[in-house]
Design a protein around this ligand. Structure first.
Ligand SMILES: *Cc1c(COP(=O)(O)O)cnc(C)c1O
Length: 378
């Protein structure tokens, strides 16, 4: 059985976690700050470590003071956490369709969706490819909105020579095992805006203010800490930060291995009829999280099932978020976001992860080609 994505754990990772387990802290200790600094070195902005990509998004929306009645503009082709964490603040989700070439939010569709209530535009770097951040940035600046980047897929990618994490007002990462690197569960929030990052940090640390200069209650002892805004506990423990530090040191290897696998898929599939391959936008240097192919929609289910039956655990990324029943009250209908719907209708994510061997990949490709030949005899 070959999964579509999977972690790569080596002896260094295991040693790092074991050492942390023997340390004094288990949870908040010195490794948290070390991991956050190492992350900053990769993404080009200060970071806070949190317990998941979902938590990171929740912190990002808390940092911009998202409130009931606010609107956020998001693409449909994403994992629903992009929307869920905003909706939980009472915000209304507004969907902007994607570009067929990349699966990323189409900047040309964003401006007409902006209203008095819009607070943020949220880009998702689908499959690891950065969205059109300059175009989105000029829209958000013109209308005084926040640009948030859900970079759950794209740590390690670059947009016009700038690392993902250093571009949007707030960028969020996920370290779930299938993503580009892992801490088991985990995530991070990055921002060059120290006020936004501090708000995200407080939200992730139960809102506890520890800086005496900011105290509103005076005359207490050294034990004192106080809460000005409610927060949650999204602290990533030392044990998992140890894994994160170790994984980060191999991120460039992960990237080059993912690129090799990507390139080999393209080499062998590029002239095959009935298969649309992912396309790279100019200016993007991508760390590929997914290898999304698109096949004719009427054959997608058969092809998916045949691959699964052969032991290739392909995935479909994603059911357009607006189609989840949780959005029923929005009264959106099939056809409202035709590009996302047609992307989804043919999409299959083929396996891509650093430990996939060349032999396994060639076998996946041969199996896929055999299935395609059966589906489309000429
Ligand atoms: C994985 C993912 C998330 C959520 O991350 P978790 O770490 O699983 O909570 C959010 N957005 C996108 C696009 C994702 O792929």
């Amino acid at each position: 059985m070959i999964p579509y994505g999977r972690q790569s754990i080596n002896q260094d990772d295991i040693d790092a976690v074991s050492a942390a387990l023997k340390g004094d802290f288990l949870t908040t200790g010195p490794l948290v700050g070390m991991f956050e600094e190492a992350l900053e070195g990769v993404v080009g902005a200060p970071c806070i470590a949190v317990t998941s990509g979902t938590a990171a998004l929740h912190c990002a929306y808390a940092a911009i003071d998202l409130k009931s009645g606010d609107e956020v503009i998001t693409p449909p082709l994403t994992f629903v956490a992009t929307q869920a964490t905003a909706a939980l603040f009472g915000a209304k989700i507004v969907f902007a369709d994607i570009k067929a070439s990349t699966g990323n939010i189409n900047p040309d569709l964003v401006e007409s969706l902006i209203s008095e209530k819009t607070k943020a535009v949220v880009a998702v770097d689908y499959a690891g490819q950065p969205a059109d951040l300059d175009a989105l940035r000029s829209i958000t600046e013109k209308h005084n909105l926040y640009l948030i980047e859900d970079a759950a897929h794209s740590i390690g990618s670059y947009y016009k020579n700038r690392p993902v994490g250093s571009i949007a007002d707030i960028t969020t990462f996920s370290f779930f095992p299938t993503k580009n690197m892992t801490t088991a569960e985990g995530g991070a929030v990055a921002s060059l805006d120290s006020k936004l990052l501090e708000k995200a940090r407080l939200f992730s640390r139960q809102g506890l203010v520890r800086d005496s200069e900011q105290f509103r209650i005076r005359g207490q002892g050294l034990w004192h800490q106080e809460v000005h805004d409610f927060g949650l506990n999204y602290r990533l423990p030392d044990v998992l930060c140890a894994l994160g530090i170790s994984q980060l040191s191999r991120l460039s290897y992960f990237k080059s291995r993912r690129l090799e696998i990507f390139t080999h898929y393209v080499r062998r599939l590029k002239n095959i009829p009935n298969v649309i391959l992912p396309k790279v936008d100019s200016g993007n240097d991508v760390m590929w999280h997914l290898f999304p192919v698109r096949v004719p929609p009427q054959a997608r289910q058969n092809i998916f099932n045949s691959l699964r039956n052969a032991g290739i655990l392909v995935q479909v990324n994603y059911l357009p978020a607006y189609r989840h029943p949780v959005f029923d009250s929005y009264n959106l209908k099939l056809g409202d976001f035709p590009v996302s719907d047609s992307y989804y209708a043919g999409e299959i994510s083929l396996p891509i992860f650093p430990d996939l061997t060349d032999t396994q990949q060639d076998w996946i490709i041969d199996t896929f080609l055999g299935i395609m030949a059966t589906e489309f005899p000429d």
